[in-house]
Design a protein around this ligand. Structure first.
Ligand SMILES: [Zn+2]
Length: 338
């Protein structure tokens, strides 16, 4: 089998030696004629492994059309006696490389993968508005407007005091709880905003992954098992998780899953701020107030829910140590700035 790069170079060299149009026709015959070098190469396809045949054929077709174009253009250039100009152009044709077309953003990859994992156990995917009202973002999440937790969430307002950029994906859930009849199991990935100073670990634009499961009966064991299933499916069976008691107004009781730091494996480093563990979100059994406000009878239905910091999941998966790189516009992408 021939080496395509070498062959292109060889043709280029031969074109440089050309004197007349007649010799160009010979050149065409030598490569693309009935018994030409490139033509014969097509017969080699039977010696290629079946799984590589498609690619082999495609590459060969590209080569064939490139050689054809190069010779055809050389003919035109000879006619116009502009061969020198032409040869300068042809260099760039012959070193042609397949353009790199990029890949899906790590955050989108993370969302897609988590959705797939949770769809497997019966969850649907839903979305909601990024601009929302204080009612759906706070009140219906069991955070009364004067609740001290509101001070912790530095909100970016579109129009004070009612219209804001959602501070949490619980805002999507409050819409879902209101709109659908239980039982249901839903996940809600989304972009969220808080008036935060941008650092290595915090950004004013970030992403959360919300989950809610409303059934006639749910238990803490269901919640912990779902979280463990998600962590291990997404980050690997050897992922170490711990749960801590936590207080959140949206749940009762509340729990916070932590993951052992992917960067230092518990030793302590800049990524985990020396703690060895990374907080991955908040979870718990849905507070009856939240169900009641959405028109769901808490005597009949129970639910568990969690909201996870999605950026941290993408960072853990791709070993990214600076959150700013996820949304930065620097083309010289450096995922691990120290
Ligand atoms: Zn660490």
């Amino acid at each position: 089998m021939i080496n395509h790069q070498e062959l292109k170079q060889q043709i280029l060299n031969e074109i440089k030696e050309l004197k007349s149009e007649e010799t160009l026709t010979d050149l065409w015959r030598k490569y693309l004629g009935k018994d030409g070098i490139v033509t014969n190469e097509f017969k080699e396809i039977s010696n290629v492994k079946p799984e590589e045949r498609k690619e082999f054929g495609q590459n060969l077709n590209v080569l064939k059309s490139e050689v054809d174009t190069v010779i055809e253009n050389a003919k035109m250039a000879l006619k116009d006696k502009n061969l020198d100009v032409y040869l300068n152009q042809v260099q760039s044709v012959l070193v042609y490389n397949k353009p790199k077309i990029g890949h899906i953003h790590p955050l989108t990859q993370t969302i897609n993968e988590m959705n797939t994992i949770l769809k497997r156990i019966g969850y649907s995917v839903m979305d909601g508005p990024e601009i929302d009202t204080a009612e759906y973002n706070f009140e219906r999440a069991n955070l009364p407007i004067d609740h001290p937790a509101m001070d912790l969430q530095d909100t970016i307002y579109i129009e004070e005091p009612n219209l804001l950029l959602r501070t949490q994906t619980t805002a999507i859930e409050t819409h879902v709880l209101e709109q659908y009849e239980p039982p249901f199991k839903v996940v809600m990935p989304g972009r969220t905003y808080r008036n935060e100073k941008v650092t290595k670990t915090n950004h004013f634009v970030f992403h959360q992954y919300q989950l809610v499961c409303i059934q006639e009966k749910v238990s803490m064991a269901d919640l912990l098992a779902t979280i463990e299933y998600l962590f291990k499916s997404f980050l690997g069976e050897d992922t170490v998780i711990r749960f801590r008691n936590k207080y959140y107004p949206e749940v009762e009781p509340g729990v916070g899953p932590d993951m052992q730091c992917f960067n230092c494996h518990g030793e302590g480093c800049a990524v985990c701020k020396g703690r060895g563990w990374i907080e991955m979100g908040g979870a718990g059994i849905r507070h009856p107030n939240m169900l009641r406000m959405a028109g769901i009878d808490p005597e009949k239905w129970q639910g568990f829910a969690f909201g996870l910091g999605l950026d941290r999941w993408a960072m853990a998966k791709h070993k990214i140590t600076d959150i700013r790189t996820l949304l930065g516009g620097d083309l010289a992408y450096k995922p691990n700035v120290n």
